[in-house]
Design a protein. Sequence first.
Length: 136
Amino acid sequence: MLMDISELPRVALDRMNRVHEEEIKILNKLYQSIVEGADIEEIDRNFREFLEDVVNHFTSEQKMMEEFNFFAFPMHKGEHDIVLGQLENLKKNWEKEKNPELIKAFVENEFLPWLMNHIQTMDAVTAHFLSHFIRD
């Protein structure tokens, strides 16, 4: 396991917390398939599921921010765009090399530290703002 869900920072909007929890579950499944030496097809399926989840995660947040005219939308979206670019590069490298260590290193050293920081900063502010408009 890469991370226990209980270690995730919480924000003021439950729907965002649920999305983060689901993302960690998917990320843990991908990570486990790599460290346990699963076949390339299984790792590929898990990687594609992770990529799709990240895109859906970012898209849903961005829709809420746009709908309620969140003041820091461009900055928040900019962080998402940077990570999406990194994931696109990782996907291209994965398709060429099929080297699970590339994915493992990225999620350990880049994605997870970024996600934790992003939740504690950008998402915390965003969720606080949106909690004035959204009840869930």
